[in-house]
Structures are given as C-alpha cells and as structure tokens.
Design a protein around this ligand. Structure first.
Ligand code: DNO
Length: 359
C-alpha cells in the first residue's frame, strides 16, 4: 500500500509540499495539474511539477485527473481529436514515471454536494454535505452558482470553470443520451486508449459517480458493483481499472464497500483507492465524516483489510477531510483532517501487517 495525498500544485494549493511530506508515512501524491479536458498536456510543465514534487521527497506516480472531454462522452465526431490528445498525454505521463491515471466518465458533473461546509453539531467542525431534497429546489444552474460561491475562490476538482461555462448547452445535448449510449461511447474511448496504456505500462482508473445515483436526469454508469462489472468488461485488460472511492460508492448504503473492493481486488482491477468515511442521514442524504469508523457508517478496518487481502500494492489516499481547527482552505481538501486520516489508515495498516504478516 502506498499512502498518497491529493495536492493541487503550488500555484493553487495553500498547503506547502513540505507539510505533505511531514505527514508520517506519506510516499507521494495523487497530483492534479489544472488542465482543461481535451488538451494535450505540455511535457515541460509536467516535468517541472514532477521535479518539484521529487525535490520535496515525494513521488508522483498517480495523476488525478486527466479529464475526459464531453464530446467523447457524447460520442460527437470531434471526439477523435480529443482522444488523440488524451493518448498523447498518456504517453507523455508514462515517459515521466506515471503509473496510474485517475479519471471519470460522468456527464458534466463530477461530484455534487448541496452544502460545502455543513457544521457537524457534535464538534463544530464542518464537512461536505448532500441532501437530495435541497437539490430538488435548486436545479443544475443554481447548484453550480452556489458551489462556486461557497468554494472560497478555490477551483474545485470537477468544477473547473471551463467545464461549466457551457452548462446549459451541454445539458441539452445530453437529453437524448441514455446509459447504454454512454457505455457505447465509453467503449469507443477505452478501445482507443487501453492498448496504448498496455504498451506504455499505465493503468486507467475510473472514479465512481458521487453521489452514487443518477442526478438531474443525466446518465450515470459508475455507481455499483454491477456498473463496474460492465465497465471492466468494455475493454478487458488489466490496464482498465477502478479508482475505488469508498465515500462516493459508500454514499449509497446498498453498496457493500469491503465486498466491492474484494471483488475487483481479486480481479486485479483496482488501480487506486480513495479512502474516506460517510455518515448516513436519510434517503439520499449524507454528510462526510472523519476517517475514524465510529464517526461515520463505513467500517474502515474492513476496508483496509479488503485492500490488504486483495490489492495490497495499491495506491491509497485519504479523501475529503472535514475543516477542523479553523483551517481555511479548499472544501474537502484541507491539510489537518486529511493528515489525521492518513495517520489513522496507516495505523490500521500497521496493525494488519503486524498481526498477519508484512505486505
Ligand atoms: C472529488 C474527487 C473527484 C475525482 C475525479 C477523478 O473530490 O475525488 O473529483 O478526482 O472524479 O476524475
């Protein structure tokens, strides 16, 4: 297990790399370079980022996210040009030591919340929160406006301005596209990129829908074990993997997270893990919790145990943290609670290794 941390680059992340390195057991980053979907990433920018990260004593083997252009998801004729750029980016990243690319195939919205700073009454911290009832009143344009307003000027992953600029048009374009169409477009994409990944030794890892159900009537095809069975079958290869995000899939209590990890771990189809906890508050209603099992509804020990048993070499990162100790930062991506999360997950791992044998 390699413990990593999401970092947004010195131009947009208030957390110095030095602080990341000081988290015990931190080996590297799941780093993000802010590139709009569809562009061919310039090598010199990536090399500069990699050098900066390596100079801080950290690795950069997982890149999150290389976003997939909407034209690819919609199956438009222009997709071939964007796929060619994607392939060129894969080759460039592989040349520079990247092993896993995290991405998603969600139409328009990556993750969605109705409140980015809901106060947790028990301790006065705050966390990301979702209540479908609030969403019903808002509608997509309103939620985008609110999310931008509440993000304290930070660009949030999945909410990049260029992605949302064409929101109304894109929402309309998706009207005739159902889940099977989206899967067909997905297969076209995978058939083009996975052979390249095999050739250069990179794994693509698809992040789940968050929350784990359809929203705004858009097709969403990655929120259950059955969905992922279909995705890994679209192009059968060890390079076509899952970024198993426990909190995204776990927003639906019907998803048995340790069982899903075991299922795909045994198949060697887990490219990376995001490990965090959620607290259920009702139907399609939850908030994010501290990583500690007892503060939410996921069994973090069972999750780490499933990783230990079936995919012990995978990359793990603590995921969205609460805002604690009055930290001001990017919602979900502050330093303190994610550092606590990493320390806790490392502790669970040590206990597993000491009682069952080192891995
Ligand atoms: C949310 C993140 C996602 C993830 C993308 C991968 O906080 O986990 O935005 O990075 O879905 O493309």
């Amino acid at each position: 297990m390699k413990m990593t941390f999401r970092w947004y680059g010195s131009h947009s992340d208030p957390i110095p790399l030095k602080y990341v390195k000081q988290i015990p057991g931190m080996t590297g980053l799941m780093g993000l370079l802010d590139k709009p979907a569809g562009v061919d990433w310039p090598e010199e920018e990536f090399v500069a980022l990699k050098n900066e990260v390596n100079a801080a004593g950290l690795e950069l083997e997982v890149i999150e996210s290389v976003n997939v252009h909407e034209d690819i998801k919609m199956g438009l004729p222009s997709r071939d040009e964007y796929i060619a750029n994607y392939i060129s980016t894969i080759r460039m990243l592989a040349r520079n030591g990247v092993k896993v690319i995290v991405y998603n195939f969600m139409p328009i919205f990556d993750w969605l919340r109705t409140d980015l700073a809901r106060v947790i009454p028990e301790d006065g911290s705050n966390s990301l929160y979702f209540d479908e009832k609030d969403l019903g009143e808002m509608g997509p344009l309103e939620i985008v406006r609110k999310t931008a307003e509440d993000s304290h000027g930070f660009t949030l992953p999945g909410w990049e301005p260029e992605r949302l600029a064409l929101l109304e048009t894109t929402l309309r374009q998706y009207e005739g596209i159902g889940p099977d169409d989206l899967r067909r477009h997905y297969k076209y994409f995978l058939d083009a990129v996975i052979p390249v990944c095999e050739e250069v030794g990179v794994r693509m890892a698809c992040h789940p829908d968050d929350p784990a159900w359809p929203i705004f009537g858009l097709p969403r095809i990655a929120h259950s074990q059955e969905d992922y069975d279909k995705i890994v079958a679209l192009h059968d290869s060890p390079a076509n993997t899952v970024c198993l995000c426990t909190g995204s899939l776990g927003s639906n209590p019907e998803n048995d997270i340790p069982a899903i990890i075991r299922h795909f771990g045994i198949m060697n189809r887990i490219g990376a893990m995001h490990v965090r906890n959620v607290k259920y508050l009702g139907h399609h209603h939850f908030r994010e919790a501290a990583h500690l099992s007892s503060t939410g509804d996921l069994d973090m020990f069972a999750i780490m145990e499933a990783i230990y048993d079936t995919c012990p070499d995978t990359y793990v990162r603590p995921d969205h943290g609460r805002m604690i100790w009055d930290e001001q930062g990017r919602p979900g991506y502050g330093l303190y609670d994610r550092a606590l999360g990493a320390a806790y997950l490392n502790g669970l791992w040590e206990a597993l290794c000491k009682t069952r044998g080192a891995k």
